[in-house]
Design a protein around this ligand. Structure first.
Ligand code: ZN
Length: 264
């Protein structure tokens, strides 16, 4: 069982997680919200074609689901692995990352707390076994993405400190609140010096390929790792094109955010 979490919410959300008191904040982010829903949807279709069960945390690109709710969906699905799928239009394509729930090692060789919030709200991810699993999976996914994207993908630790109103700390809220191994993915997507320029379909395909390969290597089926290129892998390009233009001349995104090669 794989849970795929497409980045961002169709409307701005400012709520509070009842269990921890942490602020649960998300917002629409264009064109990321369209691109990453399509990548997530097609990776889900590909995994299903290869024999996996998959749940998406959002049903439509513009659906609004809070971060605590996304974590709950993954926990209740008893996901073997959850992944978040993001890209960052403020960062160039040299920026490629996976983030796990264990974090980077300190100079003394130990690991520090992975957390969000301050004072009484400070909440620590305290599941050492899941943290180790997620780190192993983050490395596998980073290697697979490096192969398909043709750029080095690093396993990193996030920082939300000094970014109010976000809670300070070093772990995405979905990863903190879930009780499953979770790998958060980022891909630098700044093209042509303009943060609103959509990425191309080939760029989406390479990201989707790396995610699918990485997931299948990290969490093999009972019958073993699927031979590649699998039916799911081969269907990604067609799926991604169809997501943008399901019928000739009919587009699923505002024209301003269509990838290169589609009518504007
Ligand atoms: Zn994002």
């Amino acid at each position: 069982m794989i849970v795929i979490d497409p980045g961002h919410s169709g409307r701005s959300i400012t709520s509070t997680d009842q269990a921890t008191g942490l602020r649960d904040i998300d917002y629409p982010n264009y064109p990321e919200i369209y691109e990453m829903f399509d990548v997530s949807y097609c990776v889900a279709q590909g995994l299903r074609a290869d024999g996996y069960r998959v749940v998406l945390t959002k049903k439509r690109a513009m659906a609004s689901v809070g971060l605590a709710k996304r974590a709950e969906i993954a926990t209740q699905s008893r996901a073997d692995l959850a992944i978040s799928v993001h890209n960052d239009h403020s960062q160039g394509p040299h920026f490629q990352a996976t983030y796990d729930q264990r974090g980077r090692r300190d100079p003394d060789g130990g690991y520090h707390a992975m957390y969000r919030g301050t004072g009484a709200k400070r909440t620590v991810f305290d599941h050492p076994k899941l943290a180790r699993q997620s780190q192993r999976y983050a490395r596998i996914i980073a290697r697979a993405r490096t192969e398909t994207q043709g750029r080095p993908v690093g396993v990193r630790e996030n920082s939300f400190t000094g970014r109010p109103p976000l809670e300070p700390g070093n772990l995405a809220l979905v990863q903190l609140l879930a009780e499953v191994p979770w790998v958060y993915n980022e891909m630098g997507a700044l093209t042509g010096g303009d943060v609103s320029t959509a990425i191309s379909i080939p760029t989406e395909v390479r990201y989707a390929q790396g995610l699918l390969l990485g997931i299948e290597r990290a969490v093999p089926l009972a019958a073993g790792v699927v031979d590649q290129p699998s039916p799911g892998f081969r269907g990604l390009r067609r799926c991604l094109v169809k997501r943008v233009e399901p019928r000739a001349g009919v587009y699923t995104r505002p024209k301003a955010y269509l990838p290169d090669g589609f009518a504007r």
